[in-house]
Ligand binder design. Structure first.
Ligand code: MG
Length: 232
């Protein structure tokens, strides 16, 4: 196997935006309001799933049944409302620099997120001007199956110009996102910006784990150099 790198696929929450603390808090409060219990770090472990899939998993564990689409809509609407209150729009330090470097190297940045939250999706163009277009963004609105299914990343490859898996690398922070990208056959770099152990991200299939976006930014020239020279 060798790389023929054309694109770098970025996850959004926890990679481009420091939004996971707000997601976690708004999920927990929404579940508390609906009397549903969750596990420690559940929303970091579930990160990347479509909203309805997260809610369904919690229903099955709490109530031994699937959630209805009405329940899913109601809870996700409440969660989104809380997220709008708690989210501070903070971008991850190093995210802009990494995107700029990728573009400067002639690679296409592609966004692959499970998010369906207009709060952040609508602001990407403001925070990361010129990085993504509607044609290079996979969101909750254009997939049937969310992460950990490979569909979002396969769709990302397609949007990059019908790319093969060896023509892209993925930057992810969440275990289910990593699992999805690896299932799509793409080399996956983890950036551990949350509370989970590195081992969770490695077990999900990440090839390297960085601990912050600036750490990744600093390593990007070496990573790109390696993709141009190694044969596996
Ligand atoms: Mg993420």
């Amino acid at each position: 196997m060798h790389f023929d790198l054309k694109a770098v696929i970025f996850d959004m929450d926890g990679v481009l935006y420091d939004s996971m603390p707000a997601h976690d808090l708004s999920w927990r409060e929404a579940m508390d309001e609906f009397g549903l219990k969750y596990l420690p770090n559940e929303f970091f472990l579930q990160e990347g799933r479509l909203g309805h899939a997260t809610i369904n998993a919690i229903f099955q564990r709490n109530l031994n049944r699937e959630s209805t689409s009405e329940e899913e809509e109601k809870i996700y609407a409440r969660k989104s409302e809380l997220f709008r209150q708690y989210n501070n729009d903070e971008t991850m330090p190093g995210a802009r620099e990494t995107l700029e470097y990728v573009q400067q190297e002639g690679l296409i940045p592609i966004l692959v997120t499970g998010s369906g939250q207009p709060t952040l999706l609508d602001r990407l163009a403001t925070h990361f001007p010129g990085a993504f277009t509607p044609d290079t963004m996979v969101t909750a609105f254009n997939v049937k199956q969310g992460k950990p299914h490979p569909e979002p990343f396969l769709k990302g490859l397609e949007m990059g110009g019908n790319l093969q898996p060896n023509q892209a690398i993925v930057i992810e922070n969440a275990p289910l996102g990593i699992e999805a990208a690896v299932k799509a056959g793409i080399f996956t770099i983890a950036v551990n910006t949350g509370p989970l152990d590195d081992s969770v991200l490695k077990d999900a299939g990440a090839s390297i784990v960085f601990h912050s976006m600036p750490e990744l930014t600093a390593a990007m020239p070496e990573i790109l150099h390696l993709t141009r020279t190694i044969r596996v």
